[in-house]
Design a protein around this ligand. Structure first.
Ligand SMILES: Nc1ncnc2c1ncn2[C@@H]1O[C@H](COP(=O)(O)OP(=O)(O)OP(=O)(O)O)[C@@H](O)[C@H]1O
Length: 259
């Protein structure tokens, strides 16, 4: 679905990403994890083709370079949820979510746009907030609005869609963290792909098919959760001690830090 070969990215003379190879398949949920400053958000932006034009990389999305895509068509195939969203948007929630449908209509939303926005608000549990002003929401509620906007953008008949999410769980309470990850998992189970930057390794182990662990702008490990989440790899990557056991309920790796 998406392939990047030997991705390098720098800011001025500071090298941020070094020789990264990534290949993500249809139906895959890939979690990108790693310590602060490892390059996770930068890699996501490079893969999503959202970096400065001078350093565009040869990333293939559905076997085609981004520059060869029609922009409207691309917007129906991939969406990105960013870590930094505006705190102040003078609009109602339903109008912010409707922004995700801009690639689909000219001046007035059609019935299917209203339905897509409504379904996304339902999935993110913000339907009851639809007529509130965005600026009055709490941090976690705002986060869910932007998640709904990204989900609304990809409600269409296209097969094999790609969703990028940069730390979508920030500010979310436990229930909404799980609900968001379940929604993303359901999305990938319909042959779509999600590439998600996560800090919570246990949630990554529970939901992701594969883990890409980054450190200092490089790939430190890549594989299934049970391959990447071992004590040596994780304690070295985070420079912090940890123990790993099997989650007694799911049997996924369970990482306990600080012992
Ligand atoms: N525009 C920029 N100018 C200078 N340095 C930058 C710029 N963008 C990113 N960096 C640096 O590149 C490194 C990687 O940043 P990035 O945001 O990709 O890390 P991250 O792994 O997502 O971190 P975090 O977990 O803290 O969000 C960091 O050291 C950051 O300071």
């Amino acid at each position: 679905m998406i392939k990047g070969h030997q991705i390098n990215y720098s800011h001025k003379k500071f090298s941020i990403l070094n020789d990264i190879d990534v290949s993500v398949e249809y139906g895959e949920f890939l979690a990108i994890v790693g310590p602060n400053g490892a390059g996770k958000s930068t890699l996501l932006s490079v893969l999503a083709n959202e970096t400065s034009s001078k350093q565009k990389q040869s990333v293939l999305f559905k076997n085609k370079l981004f520059k060869d895509w029609d922009l409207k068509d691309l917007a129906k195939n991939k969406a990105k949820f960013s870590q930094h969203n505006s705190n102040e948007i003078p609009l109602l929630i339903k109008d912010v979510v409707m922004m995700g449908r801009y690639p689909y209509f000219n001046s007035t939303p059609r019935a299917e746009d209203l339905e897509a926005a409504e379904n996304s608000m339902q999935e993110t549990d913000i339907l009851h907030l639809r007529d509130r002003e965005y600026n009055t929401l709490s941090g976690g509620e705002k986060q869910r609005v932007h998640l709904a906007r990204a989900l609304a953008q990809l409600k269409n008949d296209v097969t094999h869609k790609l969703l990028f999410l940069d730390e979508p769980l920030n500010n979310l309470d436990i229930k909404h963290q799980h609900k968001a990850l379940k929604t993303i998992k359901d999305f990938t189970e319909k042959a779509n792909t999600a590439i998600v930057v996560l800090h919570d390794l246990n949630l990554a182990a529970q939901f992701a098919d594969n883990i890409l662990l980054m450190k200092n702008g490089k790939v430190a490990a890549h594989g299934k959760p049970e391959e990447v989440f071992n004590e040596k790899i994780i304690s070295e990557a985070y420079n912090f001690p940890c123990a790993i056991c099997a989650n007694p309920i799911t049997q996924n790796p369970m990482i306990i830090f600080g012992n």
